[in-house]
Design a protein around this ligand. Structure first.
Ligand code: F6R
Length: 259
């Protein structure tokens, strides 16, 4: 079962996971991080700025979850640009060690395979940060995605495009296709950290954590993984049947166990 940690706010979630990432880098200076984009992981990246100040991060490696297909990589909302702006530059990571799936059309049929090979060559992802879509997607694995899927091109749902329209002039400017790590790729990471904030995510969180394991709610794939930490605020936890149990379990947890 996933460990569910209900925190007072986004800043507390950011601090908790920044601490976990700092501990990982202290144990393993060439740790491989799995990076998500969108609004959800921003408090983690924000907290890492101070937590990693003075820490040698020159050997840290990272792989982003996904990228839009056909969007100019230099576009400010390409995930390549977002990862550079929100993570690589502020944390002082080595850009040569950070990969984002290649969404350019030239050779797109091979980009998924190439990305899988790069993750494997790095020895796999140590800690994968995940957000969740209002339709239950993780990465851009929309409902119906195979639990065995690997990095490939997918079509975004209208709901996801509407959710992401806030980053573009209009929904018509949101790309229709993406290249995303598959659910199988995500499940290979050694530790999954899924974050969610706000009431709009409550149904997806309840489905992922307590619902049936089903491709119709891709986030439910986390139930198949042996080491998952779900960090959510009270509104995102509002539809969980066992919230009190999660609170009690976390409050009574011995410190040596860590996350
Ligand atoms: C982004 C990603 C998506 C987002 C999800 C939630 O790399 O993989 O699964 O995490 O769409 O987006 P936000 O965080 O903007 O609500």
């Amino acid at each position: 079962m996933a460990e569910v940690v209900i925190v007072p706010d986004r800043a507390a979630a950011g601090a908790l996971i920044a601490e976990e990432i700092a501990a990982l880098i202290a144990r393993r200076p060439d740790a491989v991080l799995g990076l998500a984009t969108g609004s959800t992981p921003l408090p983690v990246y924000e907290a890492l700025r101070s937590r990693l100040a003075g820490v040698d991060v020159s050997r840290v490696r990272a792989f982003a979850l996904d990228e839009y297909v056909g969007l100019d990589p230099a576009h400010p909302e390409s995930y390549r640009s977002v990862i550079a702006r929100e993570v690589v530059e502020p944390l002082g990571l080595d850009p040569d060690r950070i990969r984002v799936p290649d969404g350019t059309l030239d050779g797109i049929e091979h980009h998924g395979e190439d990305y899988e090979a790069a993750i494997a060559a790095a020895g796999g992802v140590d800690l994968q940060i995940l957000g969740i879509g209002t339709d239950g997607h993780i990465g851009f694995n929309e409902p119906g995605s195979s639990f065995a899927s690997r990095t490939r091109v997918k079509t975004l749902t209208r709901q996801t495009r509407a959710d992401n329209a806030r980053f573009f002039p209009s929904i018509d400017d949101v790309p229709r296709h993406c290249i995303t790590q598959g659910l199988g790729t995500i499940l290979d990471a050694r530790h999954l950290v899924l974050l969610a904030f706000g009431e709009r995510k409550a149904a997806a969180v309840a489905g992922a954590v307590e619902g049936a394991v089903t491709a119709s709610l891709p986030g439910s794939a986390i139930q198949l993984h042996p080491h998952v930490t779900v960090v959510i605020d009270e509104p995102a936890a509002s539809r969980l049947a066992h919230a009190d149990y999660y609170r009690e379990a976390f409050a009574g947890k011995p410190e040596w166990q860590g996350l």
